[in-house]
Write a protein that binds this ligand. Structure first.
Ligand SMILES: C=C1C[C@]23C[C@@]1(O)CC[C@H]2[C@@]12CC[C@H](O)[C@@](C)(C(=O)O1)[C@H]2[C@@H]3C(=O)O
Ligand SMILES: O=C(O)CCC(=O)C(=O)O
Ligand SMILES: [Fe+2]
Length: 339
């Protein structure tokens, strides 16, 4: 029996109400890593206040970002059947409009891959080991190695800024050989003039927090990413193709007992121009326990969270919808956050 699963159509993708004025007046912190002493303090402040910041002075060659972007564009320009050779995203593969397994949809297509310590030609995506994918494979492995190092560097600066030792308390989680990290290429295509868009925009990627420790995002110069502030208002992030944008993930929120905030974010599809983003999600090894670091706890402070491993958290996250508060079921009842 052949089961035909219909692809979601444009009118099944949720709309996002456009704010009255969408200004790029930016108070999102921009942190220059070439000045590590001042960076460590500013990063901690940004993680507390926004759970999000932009990084310049990172030392990753522009050429590497452009090369991977070009290979990604080439991949997304292939005929649909060719892209589908990457397999369905369960969880790794090529996806079109459907995000995750629980009914979320957005105006995008993507390639999702696991980032293991093995070379890229041993990836769960077998098409990457074919000779025709040589250039793509080498750009991917160079780029992923570079952003992984950047994630490690940012996490070490966080330890410095918090005044805790050893410096690798956080970074070891993503540098670990068994780190369970993910890499994602997203393509938000332009869309035809759509009658239903009355002062609204189409959802590119619905609001959510990232479950891992830290995410490192780079996009082309098409806008669309927005972050939620503490008061729930949405702020557009000015795109900058030479910068990286760092998100605090749920796991880092737990490790800091809620001192850092895992940032809620979303992508509003642009309509006129393609947006291409590449995101490295640095996650811990499955066996790692996620619990607040003792050094960060003040006298008498209690953990806001029950004890759990990344394996347990991830299993539960993958059963959730995108917008769910995935940490809620791991919170201890009756412990009030003072922050
Ligand atoms: C709806 C979902 C997609 C997601 C897995 C989940 O069940 C809930 C978390 C989602 C998310 C958000 C950040 C990353 O893009 C991602 C790869 C991740 O680790 O968690 C996605 C998952 C996905 O697209 O499979
Ligand atoms: O594509 C983007 O800019 C952000 C996407 C995102 O948040 C994600 O893939 O988790
Ligand atoms: Fe995200």
């Amino acid at each position: 029996m052949v089961v035909l699963v219909a692809k979601p159509t444009i009118d099944q993708i949720p709309l996002i109400k456009s704010p009255k004025q969408s200004s790029f007046f930016s108070f999102i912190p921009i942190i220059d890593l070439s000045d590590p002493v001042s960076a460590s303090t500013s990063i901690v402040r940004a993680c507390e206040e926004f759970g999000f910041f932009e990084v310049t002075g990172h030392g990753i060659p522009r050429d590497l970002m452009i090369r991977l972007e070009a290979d990604a564009v080439k991949f997304f320009s292939l005929p649909q059947v060719e892209k589908e050779r990457a397999g369905q995203p369960n969880p790794f593969g090529y996806g079109n409009k459907k995000i995750g397994a629980n009914g979320d949809v957005g105006w995008l297509e993507y390639l999702l891959m696991d980032v293991t310590s093995k070379p890229m030609n041993h990836s769960s995506l077998s098409f990457l080991s074919e000779p025709s994918a040589t250039s793509f494979r080498s750009a991917l492995s160079e780029y992923i190695a570079a952003v992984r190092r950047l994630a490690g560097e940012v996490l070490e600066l966080i330890a410095d800024g918090l005044g805790i030792k050893p410096r690798d308390v956080f970074s070891r989680l993503v540098m670990d050989e068994e780190s369970d990290s993910v890499f994602r290429l997203n393509h938000y295509p332009p869309f035809p003039l759509f009658q239903g868009l009355n002062r609204s925009s189409l959802t590119g990627f619905g609001e959510h927090t990232d479950p891992q420790v830290i995410s490192v995002l780079r996009s082309n110069d098409t806008a669309g990413l927005q972050i939620a502030l503490r008061d729930g208002s949405w702020v557009p992030v000015h795109p900058d193709q030479d910068s990286f944008f760092i998100n605090v993930g749920d796991s880092l929120q737990v490790l800091t007992n809620g001192r850092f905030r895992s940032v809620r974010h979303r992508v509003v599809a642009n309509g006129m121009r393609s947006r291409v983003s590449m995101i490295y999600f640095g996650g811990p090894a499955p066996r790692e326990r996620l619990a607040p670091l003792a050094q960060l706890m003040e006298d008498g402070e209690q953990s806001l969270y029950k004890d759990f491993t990344w394996f347990e958290y991830k299993a539960s996250a993958y059963k959730s919808r995108l917008a769910d508060n995935r940490l809620a079921q791991f919170e201890k009842q009756g412990v009030i956050s003072e922050r």
